[in-house]
Design a protein around this ligand. Structure first.
Ligand SMILES: [Zn+2]
Ligand SMILES: [Zn+2]
Length: 153
């Protein structure tokens, strides 16, 4: 199944990042609202981290994803989802891997753009955003080491 939510959140988040004028508090607020949603759509339901080698149910549109390494483990879903209970129907999802890759790039872009200090100051009253920024920093640092892997996509 196509990761519809993650895809459309990617489109909105990128647009809001690229068009954001840091002097416009409304645009900044929009960006700071979208980013956690986008990150959330790419979370593993088992470990809560950004998806690694994402797998997705092939016969359900419930949009519940896990890392390949987390397959078989209990999802943190309340109530549990009856559509994707069966892990044997989960398969590698390339579109999701690409979206995770795009998410990393977007974080990297923000940390290196003039938006960075503005987003950081907005994060001071949003734990969600703070977590994203510190994760983004780590992703950015790991970027050079993992470049080879991304080329093989
Ligand atoms: Zn996981
Ligand atoms: Zn599900």
């Amino acid at each position: 199944m196509n990761p519809v939510n993650a895809t459309s959140l990617y489109v909105s988040a990128s647009r809001s990042v690229l068009q954001c004028d840091p002097r416009d508090p409304r645009a900044l607020a929009e960006l700071c609202k979208l980013l956690p949603f986008f990150r959330q759509s790419l979370s593993c339901l088992v470990c809560g981290n950004l998806l690694q080698d994402p797998i997705a149910p092939t016969d359900s549109s419930c949009q519940h994803y896990v890392c390949r390494g987390c397959k078989g483990q209990r999802m943190q879903l309340k109530p549990s989802c009856s559509w994707c209970k069966d892990y044997s129907r989960f398969e590698e999802n390339r579109q999701l891997s690409l979206l995770v890759h795009c998410y990393r790039k977007l974080c990297l872009y923000i940390t290196q753009s003039p938006l960075a200090p503005h987003v950081a100051s907005a994060a001071s009253n949003s734990p969600d955003l703070q977590a994203i920024l510190s994760e983004g920093q780590t992703l950015a640092e790991g970027e050079t080491g993992s470049r080879g892997r991304f080329l093989s996509l």
